[in-house]
Design a protein. Sequence first.
Lengths: 255, 77
Amino acid sequence: MAKVVYEKSRGLTDNPLSYCPGCTHGIIHKLVAESLVELDILERTIAIAPVGCSVLGYDYFNCDGVQASHGRAPAVATGIKRTNPDKIVFTYQGDGDLAAIGTAEIVHAAHRGENMTVFFVNNAIYGMTGGQMAPTTLIDMKTSTSPFGRQLEGTGQPILVSEMLSQIPSVYYIERVAAHDIPHLTKAKEAIKKALQNQVDGKGFSMVEILGTCPIGWAKTPADAMEFVKEKMLPYYPLGVYADKASNAGQGEVK
Amino acid sequence: MISEYTAKHRLTFADNLCKGCDLCAAACPKKIIKMDKTRVNAKGYNPAMCFDIENCIACGICAKICPDSVIKVERDV
Ligand SMILES: Cc1ncc(C[n+]2csc(CCOP(=O)(O)OP(=O)(O)O)c2C)c(N)n1
Ligand code: SF4
Ligand code: SF4
Ligand code: SF4
Ligand SMILES: [Mg+2]
């Protein structure tokens, strides 16, 4: 008898993904979709898609969904969750969306301790618009608007969202994970499930920052982009739990 | 859809969803997946294919890393 080791999750629709070959958005979508199915919450979940490459996310997750203006997904999620407290509401946002134009929205949603789940996909670039420098772009990283590499002088330090938000006392759970290989994907999925379960249990604001790639914007093959996450992203963006009221971890504590 | 059988395991590729990104090939511990240069799929890519199914251990790694959910892996139990 044959046992299925892996097949496409029913948490995803049949729509083909619009992402470039080898982009981690597709992989991260799978982790979210599988988690919704495994927690048995797919039928009562509402996805809030951002502006960015994942703008069509509501077409890919096999649940209800809407798309918010750039950076405003946490505000839209707040309204939907407050008026539909029985629904599970998550935002799926890129770094340009969450950590640039949407910085105010995420900071205030976290301070309000909204009972929502945020998936923050940090690929250190504005992928959708042609690979421009984002606040999260690493020092010395070349982008179409930092052709000689980002410099600290003039553009400042790459923004550390998980570290920053973990200082907010009303935050329940924040973890940073990565999507560049199988062991890290296993860990990432655990964090995603925890962040959703927290909302089911009414615990409050949970966010998972997922380090991903943009092979096109980074001008790398998909496999080399995965290496770049390991070699360059992990040292600057350490993985771990930054806040967890369930275990009293937090305030920057890394496991 | 192209299915590859052994007495033990089966890989099924949803060919027309494949973007030829090579992530499955790079991640396979047995290095038995390659892009099939003899075929072009509906998207215009050379799709991934297993060229040595007898050595597949049905670990599922290729399918888990695939961003486009192209591969189904079945293990004989
Ligand atoms: C109000 C507004 N300003 C600017 C833009 C242009 N814009 C579209 S996507 C984007 C950045 C997306 O980057 P990110 O959130 O990191 O997503 P990625 O594509 O990298 O996944 C920008 C600036 C817009 N659509 N709307
Ligand atoms: S531009 Fe970058 S982030 Fe957007 S789909 Fe392509 S590879 Fe992915
Ligand atoms: S199941 Fe494992 S061994 Fe078989 S092709 Fe996929 S990665 Fe390779
Ligand atoms: S990982 Fe998926 S999309 Fe990429 S080459 Fe393999 S089967 Fe095709
Ligand atoms: Mg981005």
